[in-house]
Design a protein around this ligand. Structure first.
Ligand code: ZN
Length: 233
């Protein structure tokens, strides 16, 4: 059971890198995705392409287990609108949080993931949350994840390990990690098939991947790619 993992896999750059990280380490890896009415639902469509691509790298195909989808669309709609789930302009709120913040979203995701991990006998739960490129989401903090691990283990009578390989890596280091894990094949797969743009724009393939180029997610992705490219040359 210690060698079995569940990766929270949205189809973005971070979770794709986490999936590769888990496949390089563990004998059996399953994935879970969440639909919550996000306006970049196109990200979810990238998931299967990424999974298939990674199954072709090293011996990862034999390790990749089933994918799970949890539809939280109506539950999230009942909680209320944010700029991630509606056409509202992306901005910063009075509390200093981006209005893309869905309150407690990662807490919900981790709880559902743990329930699936419980049922499937998976000990490790891998999430691509990160405090370094901190977008101001308090549910991405290291302390939050540690507190969730404690709560889930108490509440489910298990010994889950919540793994966050990107917690202290910036976006440049995330590309470097992908290169280490799966070489140029993995970097190219993530560059062209993962999706980060909040607006769901996949019309133009930039050096750093698809996206509008101006939303906060695209800016973060682009600057990380550019820093990594400079470091490599
Ligand atoms: Zn964008």
């Amino acid at each position: 059971m210690t060698d079995r993992a569940l990766v929270l896999f949205s189809g973005g750059q971070d979770s794709a890198t986490c999936l590769a990280w888990a496949l390089a380490r563990y004998q059996h890896v399953e994935t879970v995705g969440f639909a919550y009415g996000q306006r970049h639902a196109i990200e979810l469509g990238c998931r299967e392409t990424l999974r298939q691509g990674m199954a072709g790298i090293a011996d990862w195909g034999g390790r990749l287990g089933p994918d799970h989808m949890v539809d939280m669309t109506s539950a999230m709609a009942a909680v209320g609108q944010t700029a991630l789930t509606s056409e509202t302009e992306i901005a910063t709120t009075g509390e200093g949080l981006p209005n893309t913040f869905v309150p407690g979203r990662n807490l919900l995701f981790l709880t559902y993931a743990a329930a699936i991990a419980y049922r499937r006998g998976l000990r490790r739960i891998v999430a691509g949350v990160c405090e370094t490129d901190y977008s101001g989401y308090p549910d991405c903090r290291d302390d939050t994840v540690k507190a969730m691990q404690l709560a889930l283990n108490l509440g489910m009578q298990r010994r889950f390990v919540l793994e966050t390989p990107l917690m202290w890596r910036d976006k440049s280091a995330t590309w470097a990690l992908a290169k280490t894990l799966g070489g140029d094949t993995l970097v190219e797969l993530i560059r062209t098939e993962s999706h980060s743009c909040y607006l769901g724009d996949r019309t133009v393939l930039h050096a750093w991947g698809y996206g509008c180029g101006t939303c906060p997610a695209c800016q973060l992705r682009r600057s990380g790619w550019e820093r990594w490219s400079e470091e490599r040359t």
